[in-house]
Structure formats: C-alpha cells, structure tokens
Design a protein around this ligand. Sequence first.
Ligand code: NDP
Ligand SMILES: O=C(O)C1=N[C@H](C(=O)O)C[C@H](O)C1
Length: 288
Amino acid sequence: MSVGDDGESTNVSVAVTGATGEMGRAVLDAAGAREDVSVAFAVNRDAPRDPAESVAGVRVEPAREFDRLLADRSPDVVVDFTGPASSQNYVAVAAEAGVASVVGTTGFDDEGEAALRELAEYAPVLKASNFGRGVQALVSAVESAVADLPGYDVEVTETHHNRKRDAPSGTAKTILEAIEGARDGGTADGQRVHGREGEAPREAGEIGVHARRAGTITGEHEVLLAGNHEEVRLTHRAEDRGVFAEGALDAAVWLAGREPGWYDFADVVDGAESNDAEATNDTGGDDR
Ligand SMILES: NC(=O)C1=CN([C@@H]2O[C@H](COP(=O)(O)OP(=O)(O)OC[C@H]3O[C@@H](n4cnc5c(N)ncnc54)[C@H](OP(=O)(O)O)[C@@H]3O)[C@@H](O)[C@H]2O)C=CC1
Ligand SMILES: O=C(O)C1=N[C@H](C(=O)O)C[C@H](O)C1
C-alpha cells in the first residue's frame, strides 16, 4: 500500500483470481479505471493459451503460479470471485503469507465457511455474499419490515443468469438469516421451505425460498411480505456486475492494513471513513 505526498491518498495493490470469469473481468475493468487501486497480478485456473492475451490490459497468469506471484509481487489484498474450493485454497495461501483477502465467492458449505473463518486468525478476511451497496439497504429494510409486520407471510425469490451454480444464492441466504434474526426471538432455519409442491397449505411461520435461473439476468432479490389484505415487496436488482466489482474494490481499499480478523461489507458501508472497525472471529453468520 503506497501513501501519497498528502499523506491521505493511498494506492492498494490487488491480486485478482478467476480473472477470466465474469466477476474477475468486472474487477479488472473496474480496477483499471480507479486511482486508488493497482493490479499486482491476475490468475485463472485455465490461463489463456496465448500468453499475450489479457483482460483489461492485465496479463492473466496460470493459477499454479499464484504462490510465487504472491511472494514476488506482494499485493495488499487478494480479490477472489471463483468457486468455494479454489477460494479456500487462495485464501489459505494468502493468509499464510499475511495477505488480506476479499471473498465474493458464494456456495460454501458449513465446513468451508468455518475453514475461512479460521484463516481470518492469520490475516484479514472480508467476505460478502453481495458487494452491492443497495443490498445492504435491502437487508436493513427487510429486518425493519419483518419486525414491524409480525405474522405476515414471508417469501424470498432470487433470479439469476443460467450459468449460476449455487442455489439459493448467497445473498438469499444472507436475507434469510436477516429475516430469521428479525423475528421474535429468532427462528430456526427449519422453517425455510425451498420451492413448493404437493397438497399441503402454507403453514404459519414458513419462509418460502425460490430460485429462478434464466438467460443473462445479473441478479435480483425480492422479499414479499403478505398479510392483513396487503402486500409489501422489497426488491433489489443489479443491472451490471460493475456494481459488485466496485464494492469489492472499495472493500479491498478499506481492508488493506487492518488487523487479522473476520470482516463483512457492512463494516465498509457503515464506516468507510473510519479506521476503528473491530474484527470478529465469531462463528455465526450465514454470509455465503
Ligand atoms: N459477492 C458478490 O457480490 C458476488 C458474488 N458472485 C460469486 O462469485 C463467484 C464467481 O461468479 P462468476 O464470475 O459469475 O463465475 P464464472 O463462472 O464466470 O467465473 C468463475 C471463475 O472462477 C474460476 N474457478 C472456478 N472454479 C475454480 C477452481 N476450482 N479452481 C480455480 N479456479 C476456479 C473459473 O475458472 P475457469 O475459467 O478455469 O473455469 C472462472 O475464472 C460465484 O460464487 C458467484 O456466486 C458473483 C457476483 C457477485
Ligand atoms: O452468481 C452471481 O452472479 C451472483 N452471486 C451472488 C449471490 O450468490 O448472491 C451475488 C449476486 O446476486 C450475483
């Protein structure tokens, strides 16, 4: 991390994994347009066959070179949008070298999530299921609506492009946890009903969860609350992956130089200017 003459402006160097994936490309595009970020290197599992091929002007190296590049180029933060297994590997190598990680990858199982949290004891790890600032606002609005409307039926619907692997989305899981936390005394996730089929009517307290996959839709999340002959619908719609990429780079800039620990995007959005966020190593949360 370099600090400018004014002592204020900083430049954070990032290593980008999954560089030829949708999000890797978006991150490299966004980084190229920012003055507070530079790219130390970029890797992909299957690097382009032509070594001259680049993404946003950055040469993409094979993932097997990740350890060496990390040592040689000393990035401040690794920005990872890949898959759960590779993400865990990248964060492990980074943490061992004392390098921070921003993780956007979703779809971790409990074991994978716990492993990441353990790695946060060695280096800062900031993980978020959605780096859109609007989703932070959506989650707050959902918590408030659920608390204000006890007894209303709640259904969560997420819609994504047809290439998405994990369902429900990481964001939907974050929203579900917010709903459960906002209900009186909290509710067990056994009340989640995924899809709906058969004869039985809806039971009180159920939270319906619906995942749709179609075309090239970037990402939509809707929470429907219905009762008392009225409906409330809270929706977030991402129009472009650049939204997630900018949020992830904001997170990288915020994370550089922090103490080891577990952080989330709410820390960045709530206290972007402050340096006093407390890292946690708790095992709670479902931010996958
Ligand atoms: N938190 C957020 O705001 C957001 C999170 N996401 C999440 O980010 C992740 C990536 O999404 P997206 O970019 O659309 O997906 P893509 O499939 O377009 O890209 C995934 C990238 O990760 C690489 N990759 C996948 N598995 C492995 C592996 N086992 N080892 C090494 N590299 C691997 C792929 O390499 P290869 O080309 O060789 O297959 C590819 O470069 C998903 O989990 C998605 O849910 C997405 C958008 C926003
Ligand atoms: O895979 C995606 O595309 C997205 N994944 C994230 C999720 O699982 O919530 C975030 C965003 O909705 C796009």
